[in-house]
Design a protein around this ligand. Structure first.
Ligand code: SAM
Ligand code: SF4
Length: 463
């Protein structure tokens, strides 16, 4: 490649895609690509796509229309703009994408982005390139490490992928087909990445995976380590003050993992634990392999270990066969858990999954109406959780400037964004903040005066 080229990457969907997008930029940096926030000036545009729901997949095609017009404008100025489609839509649809959107030059799946420089050369030589094989080699072994400037630009809190793929096969979900079988990265490789991030100033790491608590990466002793042990080891990396992990499956919340919520001070008191439905009949049809009682039992054991644990979840409404009674059980479960927040979705039949073939699909207007009722219940729970934080003092990790002059935004231990009047020098620092106001679910706080010792989060049991 000659001279610096501009790269624009747009991520759709989950945190795994955010992480992958950054790693694509890392792979291309030694080949002369620098990231830009202005797509229209780019030489290479990558859309890193999500296939989880139909709407997410369709968004890609409308975005491709916009990028095609940019490509035409660039060509009119004598510039070549290369368009690449990456991620799960690319994996699922392969060359069909080029058939529907001929302006696309390059299509590659989530397991192939370490080959990006070769794929770009192939597209330049042959006009188009498609790579959606599941390779035998591990992409992580071929990824260039980001430099300090790139790490700092990404902020003091970052993701590290430790596990990929899924073997659970929930009947609604495309992940096992687009991301492939479950694999875990070896402990030493995760540690090397976290140490590199910490040296550049990262303070908080979220270990991520589609099914992160099924982690079983090879330890330095040659044996598989569970997630609890990995967390304990990562917590010992100098400079890492805060740890989180996501997304977990209720079946893989083992005793050791529950215990680290009690024993590991760096592990933040917040957990995303998707349940999907409150009805045993629907959970069985979804092949979740846990019941409502199993889920409540895990929650009780977690709260026993960490009484102030903030729990969030995912829900799907209108899965085939869901009756009003099944849905009422979901509403009831939200209140029974006392969630601090949740994502909720209308069921979207995905081609190739068993759910899409089921007979008793729920009508769209019923799904919409249930989604609205569920969101009201979730909002009520979230507001109650936030109200319990008013006048409390806890540590906030400041991440970036706020919307107003003199304001910073940081995260509470419970992952809530908190807006505080504070000097820019506090970005990257952890400081004690008292919550002074809550307005439409946003938290506002004030720095605790320096002479007072920082007080860690102490919410009441069940908060
Ligand atoms: N692995 C995680 C788990 O087991 O819950 C999350 C996977 S997925 C990326 C995130 C969420 O998308 C799921 O928890 C589910 O609520 C939702 N989702 C997945 N497939 C869906 C579908 N076909 N229709 C609607 N929502 C879906
Ligand atoms: Fe999808 Fe279920 Fe695997 Fe989560 S556990 S990624 S919902 S198949």
């Amino acid at each position: 490649m000659n001279g610096p080229r501009k790269l624009y990457v747009k991520s759709f969907g989950c945190q795994m895609n955010v992480y992958d997008s950054r790693r694509m930029a890392d792979v291309l940096a030694p080949h002369g690509y620098v990231e830009t926030a202005a797509a229209e000036t780019a030489d290479l545009v990558i859309l890193n796509t999500c296939h989880i729901r139909e709407k997410a997949a369709e968004k890609v095609y409308s975005e491709l229309g916009r990028v095609r017009r940019m490509k035409e404008a660039a060509a009119a100025q004598g510039r070549r703009l290369v368009i690449a489609v990456a991620g799960c839509v690319a994996q699922a649809e392969g060359k069909e994408i080029i058939r529907r959107a001929p302006a696309v030059d390059l299509v590659f799946g989530p397991q192939n982005y370490h080959r990006l420089p070769d794929l770009l050369a192939r597209a330049e030589r042959d006009g188009k390139a498609v790579d959606t094989e599941f390779p035998i080699d591990d992409k992580f072994d071929h990824l260039a490490a980001p430099d300090r400037a790139a790490i700092r630009a990404r902020g003091v809190s970052t993701f590290v992928t430790v596990q990929e793929g899924c073997d659970k096969f929930c009947t609604f979900c495309v992940v096992p087909y687009t991301r492939g079988a479950e694999i875990s990265r070896p402990v030493q490789k995760v540690l090397a990445e976290v140490e590199h991030l910490a040296e550049a100033g990262v303070r908080e790491v979220t270990l991520i995976g589609q099914n992160v608590n099924a982690y079983h990466g090879e330890g330095p002793d040659g044996r598989p380590w569970p997630l609890a042990r990995l967390l304990e080891r990562v917590a010992r990396v100098d400079g890492i003050d805060r740890l989180r992990y996501t997304t977990s499956h209720p079946r893989d919340m083992d005793d050791a993992l529950i215990a680290v919520h009690r024993d590991l001070p760096q592990l933040m008191p917040q957990l995303h634990l998707p349940v999907q439905s409150g009805s045993d009949r629907i959970l069985a049809a979804m092949n979740r392999r846990h019941s409502r009682a199993d889920y409540l039992d895990v929650v009780a054991r977690l709260r026993d270990a960490r009484p102030d644990l903030a729990l969030t979840s995912d829900f799907i409404v209108g899965f085939p066969g869901e009756t009003e009674a099944d849905f009422a059980a979901t509403l009831d479960l939200v209140d029974a858990i006392g969630l601090s927040g949740a994502f909720s979705f209308k069921y979207s039949p995905r081609p190739g999954t068993p759910g899409a073939e089921m007979d008793d699909q729920v009508a769209e207007d019923v799904k919409s109406q249930r989604l609205q009722r569920l969101q009201e219940t979730i909002d009520r729970n979230q507001a109650a959780f936030n109200r319990r934080c008013l006048h409390r003092t806890f540590d906030v990790l400041f991440e970036r400037p706020g919307r107003h002059r003199g304001q910073l935004v940081g995260r509470s231990p419970y992952l809530q964004p908190v807006q505080v009047d504070a000097p820019v020098s506090l970005i990257g620092e952890i400081a004690a903040v008292t919550v002074t106001e809550i307005a439409s679910n946003s938290l506002f706080g004030a720095l605790v005066q320096a002479q007072q010792p920082p007080v860690s989060a102490l919410l009441s049991a069940g908060a």
